[in-house]
Design a protein around this ligand. Structure first.
Ligand code: DAH
Length: 398
């Protein structure tokens, strides 16, 4: 070419003139011309797709390029091919065929895309005015999905699938075991009255648990429950024996956070009340549960203890799951046993609050810390890990 390349927008005019007039006399000149035509074709097609236009626009594009009477391909045939010098004719013909082929293909391909018609209707004003279009001018128009460029054959954006939080998982495992024993699940409020949290559980006025060093008070009569035990009372108030429930839920204590303390944690409470319930039932139930939860090889041990709401009370240990109970590791402090949960026979004093006949009914109760069970089962050293939401930790529970 002797002249500098006109912009591709002028190429449409060029097809109205002969090659001679355009000063194109060799293969290199032809190549430049057809390259600009291809570019122009891509621009035209692009305008229709990114502009999100409908079927009429595609038809217009087809007429413009392939129309029998005035299409660009037709004009090239008329104005370039017919009058081309003999030595260029074959070359022009070949390039023209290629151009026609690529126009046919590209136009057919956008016509096939349902997206153009379906999802690219002009956006409603509120969507266009979303703030991010101001931050990045043109962003909305260019966004491929909004603009109808969505190619449904491309692989989608992968969303990583989350995992069940270890605390949820342990609560689910505990629940499944007790459901299989015929228990049902009860819940109670996190914000609890001092009556349910302390008084009806036989916790006296001067008990250290009532101290505001240990308890979050909302007001003098209202606390963030310090344990799930108040749901024992709430449940007995609303149903008659036989009662067999567990209560998974949150509890709160005014504790400084460290590797084994958090001011919010989880417990699962249990309560069974019926005629003829004995300490043997309590032992059998918890032994069954702990073997189901930790594995059939664990042994259990009940040690005398004290809780205001049970009499007698016991602390339950399991044989150390790390050294197999051989008293050979630091975790069990070389005792072979790990302290796990509190339990006991329901103190008859509680029955007077809920109008159960203590001569007729007896029962047992237990309460366990979910984080503690989870730390032991999964070998987690720091309770804070459960609350930090760090995916590097959480992903390990896949
Ligand atoms: N509520 C007690 C606590 O938070 C745990 C507990 C001990 C619950 C003995 C009980 C029980 O139901 O019988 O430390």
């Amino acid at each position: 070419m002797e002249t500098s390349d006109p912009p591709t927008s002028d190429i449409a005019n060029a097809v109205e003139q002969s090659l001679d007039k355009l000063g194109v006399r060799d293969a290199a000149g032809l190549e430049g011309l057809f390259a600009r035509l291809e570019q122009r074709l891509r621009d035209d097609v692009g305008q229709v797709t990114t502009g999100g236009r409908g079927p009429e626009d595609i038809e217009q594009l087809r007429v413009r390029w392939l129309g029998r009477k005035q299409g660009l391909v037709r004009s090239i045939t008329e104005n370039w091919l017919r009058s081309a010098p003999a030595e260029l004719k074959a070359d022009v013909g070949k390039r023209l065929n290629a151009l026609r082929g690529s126009a046919e293909e590209q136009i057919a391909s956008i016509a096939r895309q349902p997206t153009v018609d379906k999802w690219s209707q002009p956006l409603s004003e509120p969507v266009r005015q979303r703030p991010y279009s101001a931050a990045a001018p043109g962003a909305v128009e260019a966004a491929p999905v909004l603009a109808g460029e969505l190619d449904i054959t491309l692989p989608g954006t992968r969303r990583t699938i989350g995992v069940e939080h270890p605390i949820r998982r342990v609560i689910r495992e505990i629940t499944e075991i007790f459901l299989s024993l015929g228990y049902s699940v009860e819940e109670g409020p996190d914000i609890e009255s001092a009556y349910y949290n302390f008084e009806a559980l036989n916790i006296p006025e001067d008990h250290p648990a009532r101290d505001d060093q240990d308890t979050f008070y909302v007001d003098p009569q209202t606390v963030l429950r310090t344990h799930t035990s108040p749901v024992q009372i709430r449940t007995m108030e609303k149903m008659q024996p036989p009662v067999r429930i567990i209560v998974p839920g949150r509890a709160f204590r005014h504790d400084a956070p460290d590797a084994t303390h958090a001011s919010m944690f989880h417990q699962v409470e249990g309560l069974a009340v019926d005629t003829h319930i004995t300490f043997a039932d309590l032992k059998g139930t918890l032994d069954y549960f702990l073997k189901a939860f930790f594995g059939p090889e664990v042994r259990t041990r009940f040690r005398p203890s004290f809780f205001p709401f049970t009499e007698p009370s016991a602390e339950v240990d399991i044989s150390c799951i790390f050294c197999g109970g051989t008293a050979g590791c630091r975790i069990c402090k070389y005792s072979g046993w790990i302290e796990l949960l509190g339990c006991g026979m329901v103190d008859p004093a509680l029955y007077s609050y809920v109008h159960y006949d203590p001569a007729r009914y007896s029962g047992f109760a237990f309460g366990m810390g979910v984080e503690r069970l989870a730390m032991l089962k999964y070998g987690v050293q720091d309770i804070q890990l459960f609350f930090q939401g760090d995916v590097r930790f959480l992903h390990q529970f896949r």
